[in-house]
Design a protein around this ligand. Structure first.
Ligand SMILES: NC(=O)c1ccc[n+]([C@@H]2O[C@H](COP(=O)([O-])OP(=O)(O)OC[C@H]3O[C@@H](n4cnc5c(N)ncnc54)[C@H](O)[C@@H]3O)[C@@H](O)[C@H]2O)c1
Length: 245
């Protein structure tokens, strides 16, 4: 049997992060649950199938990321799987996006993945095994249907970061991949749309329904699995057929 792996999931207090954590635990992975909101993490930890560790920090803060990874390594063990999932949505298009909003969205959605990848990669390379999974979005590919400019740019850059780090780490046993979901059934999607818009959206999706959070979790667990080791620098679309490429 292969050694039990440990995953750090950011945004674990959110719908998709919690689903990813549950899925990884069901596959025997020990999970570090992290979010800026500490409260929901303990409850989630107690229901997981494997041992879990919780830690609250702001992923847009470089020093906080470094300290958190150091603490996790010391108190829970090395991180084998990094799931850069936390993110914030912003729907403002170019002319209505303020510089402050631009910087905040890029700091939370993109800079965080840069900081956490830098912090986790040395241990993965030393072990000769690692999985980095970056949560991008269909917005990166379509310019954002309802999503705004800063959000779409942050998710596009997440794909470029994936390619760049995948190329750099390909010979070290570390894979780096992205997932580009569209319309996962979460409050992030449901709360921003009116009932009318929700019906119109489902009509536009070729499979005629939203993506379920556990379908997203399944892709995370697949990319994290030992046998996905030949897949790196890939962007897995999870968009119900909205775009074929
Ligand atoms: N919901 C969708 O349809 C969809 C589609 C494409 C991509 N995504 C992406 O999937 C990811 C998860 O989305 P979700 O729908 O579960 O969102 P969500 O809002 O439920 O969860 C996001 C989590 O990130 C946390 N977070 C926000 N800022 C943070 C910070 N500075 N530091 C630490 N944690 C922070 C929040 O507290 C929240 O718990 C996001 O990156 C989102 O952009 C979602």
């Amino acid at each position: 049997m292969s050694e039990q792996k440990t995953a750090l999931v950011t945004g674990a207090a959110g719908t998709m992060g919690a689903a990813a954590a549950r899925g990884l635990a069901e596959n025997g992975v020990r999970v570090v649950l992290s979010d800026i909101k500490p409260e929901p993490l303990e409850a989630l930890a107690s229901e997981l199938a494997t041992e879990a560790y919780t830690i609250a920090f702001d992923i847009s803060d470089e020093e906080a990321c470094r300290q958190a990874v150091g603490r996790i390594e010391q108190e829970f063990g090395n991180i084998d799987i990094l799931v850069n999932n936390a993110g914030i949505l912003s729907n403002n298009k170019l002319m209505s996006t303020t510089a402050e909003e631009w910087r905040r969205v890029l700091a939370v959605n993109l800079d965080s993945a840069f900081y956490l990848t830098q912090a986790c990669l040395p241990q993965m390379k030393a072990k000769g095994w690692g999985r980095i999974i970056n949560v991008s979005s269909f917005a990166a590919k379509c310019g954002g249907i309802t999503a705004g400019t800063a959000y779409s740019v942050s998710k596009g850059a997440m794909i470029a970061l994936t390619f760049s780090v995948a190329a750099e780490t390909a010979d070290s046993g570390v894979t780096v991949n992205a997932i580009a979901p569209a319309y996962v059934r979460t409050p992030m999607v449901e709360e921003q749309l009116t009932e009318e818009q929700r019906t119109a959206v489902v009509q536009k999706i070729p499979v005629k329904r939203y993506c379920e959070p556990d379908e997203f979790a399944h892709v995370v667990s697949f990319l994290a699995s030992p046998k996905a080791g030949f897949i790196t620098g890939e962007v897995i679309d999870l968009n119900g057929g909205l775009q074929f490429d």
